[in-house]
Design a protein around this ligand. Sequence first.
Ligand SMILES: Nc1ncnc2c1ncn2[C@@H]1O[C@H](COP(=O)(O)OP(=O)(O)OP(=O)(O)O)[C@@H](O)[C@H]1O
Length: 252
Amino acid sequence: MTPLLSARNVSIFYGDKQAVRDVNLDIQPGTVNALIGPSGCGKTTFLRAVNRMHDLTPGARVTGTLLLDGENMYGPGVDPVTMRRRVGMVFQKPNPFPTMSVFDNVVSGLKLAGVRDGKRLMEVAERSLRGAALWEEVKDRLKTPATGLSGGQQQRLCIARALAVEPEILLMDEPTSALDPASTAKIEDLMTDLKKVTTIIIVTHNMHQAARVSDTTSFFLNGDLVEHGVTDQIFTSPRDERTEAYVTGRFG
Ligand SMILES: Nc1ncnc2c1ncn2[C@@H]1O[C@H](COP(=O)(O)OP(=O)(O)OP(=O)(O)O)[C@@H](O)[C@H]1O
Protein backbone atom coordinates (compact mmCIF):
# COMPACT_ATOMS: atom_id res chain seq x y z
CA MET A 1 0.00 0.00 0.00
CA THR A 2 1.22 3.53 -0.74
CA PRO A 3 1.85 5.34 2.54
CA LEU A 4 -0.27 8.39 3.27
CA LEU A 5 2.66 10.06 5.00
CA SER A 6 6.34 9.42 4.34
CA ALA A 7 9.13 11.01 6.35
CA ARG A 8 12.57 10.77 4.71
CA ASN A 9 15.59 11.88 6.72
CA VAL A 10 13.54 14.45 8.59
CA SER A 11 15.59 16.54 11.02
CA ILE A 12 14.22 19.41 13.07
CA PHE A 13 16.20 22.20 14.70
CA TYR A 14 15.47 24.98 17.18
CA GLY A 15 18.29 27.38 16.37
CA ASP A 16 21.49 25.33 16.74
CA LYS A 17 19.80 22.64 18.80
CA GLN A 18 18.75 19.51 16.93
CA ALA A 19 15.53 18.10 18.45
CA VAL A 20 14.78 15.38 15.83
CA ARG A 21 17.45 13.48 13.90
CA ASP A 22 17.07 11.79 10.49
CA VAL A 23 13.64 10.25 10.97
CA ASN A 24 12.37 7.80 8.35
CA LEU A 25 8.79 6.71 8.85
CA ASP A 26 5.83 5.57 6.72
CA ILE A 27 2.24 5.94 7.91
CA GLN A 28 -0.43 3.90 6.13
CA PRO A 29 -3.94 5.29 5.49
CA GLY A 30 -6.70 4.30 7.90
CA THR A 31 -4.41 3.46 10.82
CA VAL A 32 -3.72 4.76 14.32
CA ASN A 33 -0.02 5.39 14.96
CA ALA A 34 1.41 6.08 18.41
CA LEU A 35 4.59 8.08 19.10
CA ILE A 36 6.05 7.14 22.48
CA GLY A 37 9.22 7.99 24.38
CA PRO A 38 10.45 9.87 27.45
CA SER A 39 9.88 13.57 27.98
CA GLY A 40 11.86 15.82 25.64
CA CYS A 41 12.71 13.12 23.07
CA GLY A 42 11.12 14.97 20.13
CA LYS A 43 7.64 13.44 19.76
CA THR A 44 5.75 16.73 19.76
CA THR A 45 8.43 18.37 17.63
CA PHE A 46 7.97 15.67 14.98
CA LEU A 47 4.15 15.90 15.18
CA ARG A 48 4.23 19.65 14.70
CA ALA A 49 6.31 19.26 11.54
CA VAL A 50 3.42 17.30 9.99
CA ASN A 51 1.24 20.39 10.44
CA ARG A 52 3.88 22.90 9.30
CA MET A 53 3.58 24.49 12.71
CA HIS A 54 7.31 25.13 12.99
CA ASP A 55 6.88 27.81 10.31
CA LEU A 56 5.34 29.83 13.13
CA THR A 57 8.24 29.28 15.60
CA PRO A 58 11.13 31.74 15.14
CA GLY A 59 14.42 29.88 14.63
CA ALA A 60 12.80 26.50 13.98
CA ARG A 61 13.85 24.62 10.84
CA VAL A 62 12.80 21.34 9.20
CA THR A 63 15.10 19.49 6.77
CA GLY A 64 14.56 16.30 4.78
CA THR A 65 11.30 15.37 3.07
CA LEU A 66 7.76 14.90 4.32
CA LEU A 67 5.40 13.57 1.66
CA LEU A 68 1.64 13.79 2.22
CA ASP A 69 -0.10 11.59 -0.31
CA GLY A 70 3.01 11.90 -2.48
CA GLU A 71 3.21 15.70 -2.27
CA ASN A 72 6.24 17.34 -0.66
CA MET A 73 4.78 19.28 2.28
CA TYR A 74 7.80 21.59 2.33
CA GLY A 75 8.24 21.82 -1.44
CA PRO A 76 8.98 25.20 -3.07
CA GLY A 77 5.77 27.11 -3.65
CA VAL A 78 3.70 24.94 -1.28
CA ASP A 79 1.45 27.18 0.80
CA PRO A 80 1.67 26.25 4.51
CA VAL A 81 -1.94 27.35 5.07
CA THR A 82 -3.23 25.04 2.33
CA MET A 83 -1.11 22.20 3.74
CA ARG A 84 -2.38 22.82 7.28
CA ARG A 85 -5.98 22.53 6.07
CA ARG A 86 -5.31 18.92 5.09
CA VAL A 87 -4.08 18.04 8.57
CA GLY A 88 -6.17 18.27 11.75
CA MET A 89 -4.74 18.80 15.22
CA VAL A 90 -6.07 18.10 18.70
CA PHE A 91 -4.05 19.38 21.65
CA GLN A 92 -3.41 18.24 25.20
CA LYS A 93 -5.87 20.71 26.72
CA PRO A 94 -9.27 21.08 25.06
CA ASN A 95 -9.29 24.47 23.30
CA PRO A 96 -12.76 25.23 21.97
CA PHE A 97 -13.27 28.85 20.86
CA PRO A 98 -14.60 30.22 24.16
CA THR A 99 -16.92 32.87 22.76
CA MET A 100 -18.62 30.50 20.30
CA SER A 101 -21.51 28.07 20.65
CA VAL A 102 -21.09 24.32 20.26
CA PHE A 103 -22.43 24.53 16.68
CA ASP A 104 -20.25 27.49 15.68
CA ASN A 105 -17.16 25.73 17.02
CA VAL A 106 -17.79 22.70 14.83
CA VAL A 107 -18.45 24.66 11.64
CA SER A 108 -15.84 27.39 12.22
CA GLY A 109 -13.45 25.92 9.63
CA LEU A 110 -16.16 25.67 6.98
CA LYS A 111 -17.35 29.22 7.64
CA LEU A 112 -13.79 30.41 7.31
CA ALA A 113 -13.67 28.64 3.95
CA GLY A 114 -16.75 30.63 2.90
CA VAL A 115 -19.53 28.04 3.34
CA ARG A 116 -22.72 29.96 4.20
CA ASP A 117 -25.49 27.47 3.34
CA GLY A 118 -27.25 26.79 6.66
CA LYS A 119 -28.50 23.34 5.64
CA ARG A 120 -25.03 22.24 4.63
CA LEU A 121 -23.48 23.62 7.84
CA MET A 122 -26.07 21.71 9.91
CA GLU A 123 -25.40 18.48 8.00
CA VAL A 124 -21.66 18.78 8.54
CA ALA A 125 -22.12 19.69 12.22
CA GLU A 126 -24.27 16.61 12.83
CA ARG A 127 -21.98 14.29 10.90
CA SER A 128 -18.88 15.62 12.71
CA LEU A 129 -20.47 15.51 16.16
CA ARG A 130 -21.66 11.95 15.51
CA GLY A 131 -18.15 11.11 14.29
CA ALA A 132 -16.78 12.44 17.58
CA ALA A 133 -19.40 10.47 19.59
CA LEU A 134 -20.83 13.71 21.00
CA TRP A 135 -24.06 14.24 19.05
CA GLU A 136 -26.45 12.59 21.51
CA GLU A 137 -25.04 14.64 24.39
CA VAL A 138 -25.23 18.06 22.68
CA LYS A 139 -27.98 17.86 20.04
CA ASP A 140 -30.33 19.89 22.27
CA ARG A 141 -27.76 22.52 23.22
CA LEU A 142 -26.05 23.31 19.93
CA LYS A 143 -26.54 27.05 20.40
CA THR A 144 -25.21 27.16 23.97
CA PRO A 145 -21.61 28.19 24.75
CA ALA A 146 -18.99 25.50 24.19
CA THR A 147 -17.44 26.41 27.52
CA GLY A 148 -20.51 24.94 29.26
CA LEU A 149 -19.45 21.42 28.27
CA SER A 150 -17.38 19.14 30.51
CA GLY A 151 -13.65 18.76 29.79
CA GLY A 152 -14.17 15.41 28.06
CA GLN A 153 -17.03 16.82 25.98
CA GLN A 154 -14.91 19.85 25.05
CA GLN A 155 -12.14 17.54 23.82
CA ARG A 156 -14.63 15.58 21.69
CA LEU A 157 -15.92 18.93 20.41
CA CYS A 158 -12.36 19.76 19.33
CA ILE A 159 -12.22 16.40 17.55
CA ALA A 160 -15.56 17.21 15.83
CA ARG A 161 -14.20 20.62 14.81
CA ALA A 162 -11.16 18.94 13.27
CA LEU A 163 -13.29 16.30 11.50
CA ALA A 164 -15.63 18.91 9.97
CA VAL A 165 -13.02 19.89 7.38
CA GLU A 166 -12.30 16.23 6.52
CA PRO A 167 -8.58 16.11 7.32
CA GLU A 168 -6.41 13.49 5.66
CA ILE A 169 -4.49 13.10 8.92
CA LEU A 170 -5.53 13.87 12.47
CA LEU A 171 -2.67 14.68 14.84
CA MET A 172 -3.36 14.21 18.54
CA ASP A 173 -0.86 15.48 21.11
CA GLU A 174 -1.58 13.69 24.40
CA PRO A 175 -5.31 14.23 23.83
CA THR A 176 -6.45 12.54 27.05
CA SER A 177 -3.81 13.69 29.52
CA ALA A 178 -6.12 16.36 30.98
CA LEU A 179 -9.17 14.05 31.16
CA ASP A 180 -10.68 11.68 33.72
CA PRO A 181 -10.66 7.90 33.07
CA ALA A 182 -14.24 7.77 31.75
CA SER A 183 -13.62 10.57 29.22
CA THR A 184 -10.30 8.96 28.29
CA ALA A 185 -12.03 5.64 27.60
CA LYS A 186 -14.57 7.39 25.34
CA ILE A 187 -11.83 9.00 23.27
CA GLU A 188 -9.88 5.75 23.05
CA ASP A 189 -13.01 3.94 21.77
CA LEU A 190 -13.57 6.74 19.32
CA MET A 191 -10.14 6.37 17.72
CA THR A 192 -10.99 2.96 16.32
CA ASP A 193 -14.07 4.42 14.61
CA LEU A 194 -12.15 7.43 13.32
CA LYS A 195 -9.86 5.14 11.31
CA LYS A 196 -12.74 4.74 8.86
CA VAL A 197 -12.60 8.43 7.95
CA THR A 198 -9.05 9.55 8.64
CA THR A 199 -5.56 8.50 9.73
CA ILE A 200 -4.32 9.23 13.24
CA ILE A 201 -0.92 10.01 14.73
CA ILE A 202 -1.07 10.25 18.51
CA VAL A 203 1.61 11.29 20.98
CA THR A 204 1.04 9.55 24.28
CA HIS A 205 2.88 9.06 27.55
CA ASN A 206 0.49 6.29 28.46
CA MET A 207 1.88 3.01 27.22
CA HIS A 208 -1.31 1.14 27.95
CA GLN A 209 -3.09 3.64 25.77
CA ALA A 210 -0.60 3.17 22.93
CA ALA A 211 -0.99 -0.62 23.22
CA ARG A 212 -4.80 -0.37 23.29
CA VAL A 213 -5.47 2.06 20.46
CA SER A 214 -2.65 1.95 17.94
CA ASP A 215 -1.78 -0.22 14.96
CA THR A 216 1.84 0.91 14.85
CA THR A 217 4.14 2.40 17.47
CA SER A 218 7.26 4.52 17.06
CA PHE A 219 9.70 4.79 19.95
CA PHE A 220 11.67 8.04 20.10
CA LEU A 221 14.72 8.64 22.28
CA ASN A 222 16.88 11.79 22.37
CA GLY A 223 15.60 12.92 18.97
CA ASP A 224 16.13 9.55 17.25
CA LEU A 225 13.40 7.23 16.04
CA VAL A 226 14.84 4.11 17.65
CA GLU A 227 12.23 1.63 16.49
CA HIS A 228 8.99 1.62 14.52
CA GLY A 229 6.75 -1.39 14.06
CA VAL A 230 3.42 -3.08 14.54
CA THR A 231 2.28 -2.19 18.07
CA ASP A 232 2.07 -5.79 19.21
CA GLN A 233 5.66 -6.42 18.16
CA ILE A 234 6.98 -3.24 19.81
CA PHE A 235 5.39 -4.21 23.13
CA THR A 236 6.02 -7.96 23.10
CA SER A 237 9.24 -8.46 21.12
CA PRO A 238 11.04 -5.17 20.50
CA ARG A 239 14.22 -5.48 18.43
CA ASP A 240 16.18 -2.75 20.21
CA GLU A 241 17.14 -3.14 23.85
CA ARG A 242 16.40 0.56 24.49
CA THR A 243 12.80 0.01 23.31
CA GLU A 244 12.52 -2.99 25.57
CA ALA A 245 13.85 -1.04 28.56
CA TYR A 246 11.31 1.72 27.93
CA VAL A 247 8.21 -0.40 27.30
CA THR A 248 8.93 -2.52 30.35
CA GLY A 249 9.11 0.65 32.45
CA ARG A 250 12.84 0.58 33.26
CA PHE A 251 13.17 4.30 32.44
CA GLY A 252 11.25 7.33 31.25
N1 LIG B 1 10.13 26.14 20.85
C1 LIG B 1 11.24 25.51 21.27
N2 LIG B 1 12.42 26.15 21.31
C2 LIG B 1 13.56 25.51 21.71
N3 LIG B 1 13.62 24.21 22.08
C3 LIG B 1 12.46 23.53 22.06
C4 LIG B 1 11.22 24.12 21.66
N4 LIG B 1 10.25 23.17 21.74
C5 LIG B 1 10.86 22.04 22.18
N5 LIG B 1 12.19 22.24 22.36
C6 LIG B 1 13.19 21.24 22.80
O1 LIG B 1 13.21 20.19 21.84
C7 LIG B 1 13.35 18.92 22.48
C8 LIG B 1 12.18 18.01 22.10
O2 LIG B 1 11.00 18.54 22.68
P1 LIG B 1 9.56 17.91 22.40
O3 LIG B 1 8.56 18.83 23.03
O4 LIG B 1 9.41 17.60 20.98
O5 LIG B 1 9.64 16.55 23.21
P2 LIG B 1 8.52 15.53 23.60
O6 LIG B 1 9.07 14.19 23.36
O7 LIG B 1 7.25 15.86 22.92
O8 LIG B 1 8.37 15.80 25.16
P3 LIG B 1 7.11 15.70 26.13
O9 LIG B 1 6.79 14.24 26.16
O10 LIG B 1 7.62 16.20 27.44
O11 LIG B 1 6.02 16.54 25.55
C9 LIG B 1 13.44 19.22 23.97
O12 LIG B 1 14.79 19.26 24.34
C10 LIG B 1 12.80 20.58 24.10
O13 LIG B 1 13.33 21.28 25.20
